[in-house]
Design a protein around this ligand. Structure first.
Ligand code: ADP
Ligand code: MG
Length: 703
């Protein structure tokens, strides 16, 4: 059954018309090494040569056109550089001009006035007259033309390939040679027959033929649908198999009981009622942690949805069952903040909690590590410092990774090794991931979504102002400060130069100081390059309300929680990506007061920047924003997925083909639910295909 003997594995130089020189170029320029690679170089469009257009119907919106008519009036215009050959084609509806700048001699020798030609090309308009520059032109033969009624594929090529006579059309010829040699044995069906029938899918061989050389648009559409579905289905089956495999293989610690610590905290110290979303996630985690398997859960919650408290409750559950927990944050500021808020929430409870970061002093660190290894520490909060070699737990049972996109896969894996039975892992991210992306890039993880904000939150009002309106913006800050509120002013990090962004920031700081002078006002300033202690002092002064304004670069972005802050001004906001703006904005609107986000920009904006700013003003919904971000930037750029390898879809797109993806996902689930080892006869085509593909992609990179 396995496609061992297929010619698709043949090196590309063996294809008729290729040869060693062209083969070299195809490898270098397009990564085409085998017949199979060429088969997967899909045309990016087809030229419609199925219809002949009457000349009078050509208009400004005509891109490509095919006409038939008599050639007239061949003549040369201009000299030297502007020398060109002009001719006309006339049918009984009108006349169109043909122009050649190159190959003039050839045209003069080979084309003849008075004969009927078939002409194809891109139309352009010059002085309101339609013309076709460098058309494809040949003697019209009505009999032949009936036979070669088709959509001509156009392939990507490169300058170098074109120089070697491999332009898009010639690649089409090679592809045609290849396809003529293929039989059903080369492209065995890999989707179970019952599913093909149910969805009325074109079979695999036909689909490949029609995606390159369709007879009509309908055939092409069916072919492409089939190949997209196949691509998503295979990927979903793979991801779900990984998940099943991991569940089977991974032993997990069991949190048998909900004990005293959890209950005491829940009933007496929880400062608010949980949202339904929070309760649901807790329930899910509770189920995971009694299953006997290791939990690997991604928790997505929009900024301010209250992820921290969920994590804390889980940590209490772990402690009730005699296990230690850790919480890892991406920055020292954030680790410190988590430590402070956990300490405060837990201060009436008899639990030992410590903080470990890169700047923990050696002596203190030694003591912390001892307590951790002894098991006297229940909870430890920290940065990357937590996963360093020397850090030993007595019995780590639960690990929280906050703001996941700053951490790599390797770091998560390092957590596993901190205990003989790997701890349950809860990865929390406030960068909402569009559903389709989550399904593909994280399809092997379990994931929960908290799409509800705590009660009493008011929507943040976001407005766009340009630099000319700066004074008004400052006035606005003043009125908010007069009400006892606090404000952030954020400057972009200039990637090319730390120094530049520092200067930018300090200049801004001076300016703000002049609007808000001491002693009435006090200002904190925060910059990535600042010594940790100074950062903490500045942060702490803002948290405790000693300073009213925080001037900062984006180091503030992640997770900082000061509910009394109600204004955020983002300078040069056109320089930020959507997700980042949303993250930043999430620093306000965390209390019960009405909050505002002011996006300052220069007066000239690119179309893209305008779209981003408008989007921000229009919605507070992180998931909507994430979708837009994905659309604007493409999946490769969305944080945390860059190297995942899960997104290299050749033909399907997680942006444009959401419906197909949803369908593929649910069908993959059904298949595996019924037959998780793919042993049923009907599923063998799938199983064989997966076996044969094994090793081609390194899927282990994902988790
Ligand atoms: P994020 O999900 O962005 O990490 P946090 O966990 O920092 O959000 O929570 C944001 C704020 O909301 C905190 O001040 C927290 O105490 C508060 N909070 C969390 N859950 C609730 C709730 N159910 N009701 C009211 N306030 C809540
Ligand atoms: Mg948070």
């Amino acid at each position: 059954m396995i496609e061992k003997n297929t010619i698709l594995l043949s090196p590309i130089e063996y294809l008729k018309g290729v040869g060693p020189l062209r083969a070299d170029l195809l490898k270098k320029e397009l990564n085409i090494f085998t017949f199979n690679d060429l088969l997967h170089l899909f045309p990016y469009k087809h030229l419609d040569k199925t219809t002949i257009t009457p000349i009078h119907a050509i208009n400004l919106s005509t891109e490509f056109v095919q006409v038939v008519g008599t050639l007239e009036n061949i003549h040369i215009l201009g000299e030297k550089r502007s020398k060109r050959l002009i001719a006309y084609v006339r049918d009984n509806t009108g006349i169109v001009e043909l122009v050649w700048f190159q190959g003039i001699n050839w045209v003069q020798k080979n084309l003849h006035e008075g004969l009927t030609y078939l002409v194809f090309g891109r139309t352009s308009f010059f002085n309101n007259k339609a013309q076709i520059v460098h058309p494809e032109i040949e003697i019209f033969n009505s009999q032949q033309n009936k036979e070669r009624n088709f959509l001509e594929p156009v392939y990507p090529s490169t300058e170098k390939l074109k120089q070697r006579g491999l332009n898009g059309r010639q690649i089409a010829k090679l592809t045609q040679v290849l396809i003529q040699q293929l039989s059903a044995n080369d492209l065995l069906e890999n989707i179970p027959e019952n599913i093909c029938n149910h969805l009325q899918l074109m079979n695999r061989l036909e689909a490949y033929k029609n995606v390159h050389f369709p007879k009509n648009i309908q055939d092409y559409e069916q072919a492409i649908q089939r190949l997209k579905f196949e691509e998503f289905l295979i990927a979903q089956i793979r991801l779900q198999l990984i998940k099943i495999q991991r569940h089977k293989a991974s032993k997990g610690v069991v949190f048998k009981e909900v004990g005293n610590l959890f209950n005491t905290f829940y009933n007496h110290h929880l400062p608010f009622e949980l949202t339904n979303a929070q309760k649901n996630v807790l329930k899910q985690i509770r189920q995971d942690t009694v299953s006997g398997h290791q939990m690997n859960r991604l928790l997505q919650g929009d900024v301010g949805s209250g992820k921290t408290i969920v994590a804390l409750l889980c940590m209490l559950l772990a402690a009730d069952n005699g296990f230690q927990s850790c919480m890892m944050a991406p920055t020292e500021i954030l680790a410190q903040q988590h430590y402070n808020s956990l300490s405060e929430l837990l201060h009436k409870m008899n639990l030992s909690i410590s903080l470990l970061t890169g700047s923990t002093k050696a002596k203190e660190r030694k003591k912390i590590l001892e307590d951790l290894a002894q098991g006297t520490t229940h909870f430890i909060v920290g940065t990357h410092a937590l996963i360093e070699e020397g850090v030993q737990f007595k019995n780590l049972g639960f690990a929280v990774v906050d703001e996941q996109h700053r951490f790599g896969v390797a770091q998560r894996a390092a957590l596993w090794k901190k205990a003989t039975i790997p701890p349950h892992i809860l990865v929390m991210t406030a960068t909402p991931i569009p559903r389709t992306l989550a399904m593909t890039a994280y399809g092997d993880l379990d994931y929960s979504v908290m799409d509800e904000l705590p009660k009493g939150r008011q929507a943040i009002t976001t407005v766009h102002r340009n630099e000319m309106q700066r004074i008004k913006v400052m006035e606005f800050i003043r009125t908010e400060l007069a009400k006892g509120r606090q404000a952030y002013v954020i400057y972009p990090l200039i990637e090319e130069s730390e120094k530049l962004s520092y200067e930018d920031l300090m200049q801004g700081y001076e300016q703000i100081k002049s609007y808000f002078p001491e002693p009435k006002y006090h200002i904190s300033v925060l910059h990535g390059k600042m010594p940790t202690e100074q950062k903490e002092v500045n942060m702490q002064r803002f948290v405790t309300g000693k300073t009213q304004i925080m001037v900062s670069t984006t180091v503030i972005e992640v997770g900082v929680n000061v509910p009394n802050a109600t204004v955020m001004v983002i300078e040069s906001s056109e320089k930020f990506g959507l997700s980042q703006l949303h993250q930043l904005r999430g620093r306000v609107g965390r209390g019960n007061e009405k909050s505002y986000c002011i996006l300052l920009t220069g007066s000239k904006l690119s179309i893209d920047a305008k779209e981003r700013i408008n989007m921000m003003c229009r919605t507070n919904n992180g998931f909507e924003i994430a979708e837009k971000d994905l659309e604007l930037r493409g999946p490769g750029d969305v944080e945390g997925t860059r190297q995942s390898g899960a997104l290299n879809f050749k033909i399907a797109s997680i942006i444009n083909d959401k419906d197909i993806l949803e369908k593929a996902k649910s069908i993959a689930e059904n298949i595996l639910e019924e037959d998780k080892d793919l042993n049923l006869a009907k599923n063998l085509p799938l199983k064989n295909y997966l076996k044969q593909q094994k090793g081609k992609t390194n899927w282990s990179k994902i988790s």
